[in-house]
Design a protein around this ligand. Structure first.
Ligand code: SAH
Length: 221
């Protein structure tokens, strides 16, 4: 019946079942960390995007979040989170590029404390409110240029950058704990996800996969 077709519109698109389908897709795409998958299965991604776009919140795509920025594609959030999760300790993580806070929320379930830096003041205010509304209280947000990191709070067990740096942000590897990982996209036209791992005084860099992020910009807005 035409009526029953209409009624289903808008209600089922943001449910636990829709999230379960997203989790299944991520598993097929090679995400193997069950803890990360379970977290993605719980976090209401539709509450991180504009209400008008909430029906698209569980598609594996990036979406606009205002201020000319985007929420990252679920696959890349899952990928960066599983790389960050595989560290010896999960005390504190630094995120650079808070945006709407979806990646922040995932990290907050994996680590004791998340420090997250965002250069756009309007996003910091919005996201702070959103996270506390969702009952996430172990994420500290800062309005600043994240590129220098947070030397006064270092070392971090993981550092995750969610905007593409033009060159490798080598300064940040000094803020990693032993066994810690720096996960970041680098490049301008062609971007690549990379990881720097600290073992004692040695650093190991790996090149992971092609990605597509908004650029890391200097200064605050
Ligand atoms: N983590 C977000 C992705 C946000 S997009 C998610 O879960 O979807 C990247 C964000 O990085 C944007 O909000 C942008 O404003 C921010 N950004 C860019 N350059 C920055 C810098 N130097 N310091 C801090 N944040 C920065």
């Amino acid at each position: 019946m035409a009526e029953s077709f209409m009624i289903s519109h808008g209600s089922g698109m943001t449910s636990a079942r829709t999230r379960a389908r997203l989790v299944e897709r991520l598993r097929q795409q090679g995400i193997g960390d069950e803890t990360v998958l379970a977290i993605i299965g719980q976090i209401p991604r539709h509450q991180f995007v504009d209400e008008a776009l909430s029906h698209k919140a569980y598609d594996d795509t990036s979406l606009p979040i205002g201020f000319g920025q985007t929420i990252s594609q679920p696959y890349i959030v899952a990928r960066m989170s599983e790389l960050a999760a595989q560290v010896p300790q999960r005390q504190q993580v630094l995120e650079i590029g808070t945006g709407c806070g979806y990646q922040t929320a995932v990290l907050a379930k994996l680590f004791k404390t998340v420090h997250s830096i965002e250069r756009i003041g309007g996003l910091v205010r919005q996201t702070r409110e959103r996270l506390s509304g969702l009952g996430i209280h172990n994420a500290r947000l800062r309005h600043a240029d994240g590129l220098p990191g947070l030397p006064e709070l270092a070392p971090f067990d993981a550092i995750v950058i969610t905007a593409a740096a033009p060159i490798v942000p080598e300064n940040l590897s000094a803020q990693l704990s032993d066994g810690g990982r720096l996960i970041f996209p680098v490049g301008s036209q062609q971007q690549e996800l990379r990881m720097i791992e600290r073992r004692g005084q040695e650093l190991f860099e790996s090149r992971l996969e092609k990605v597509n992020f908004v650029p890391l910009l200097p200064g605050i807005a």
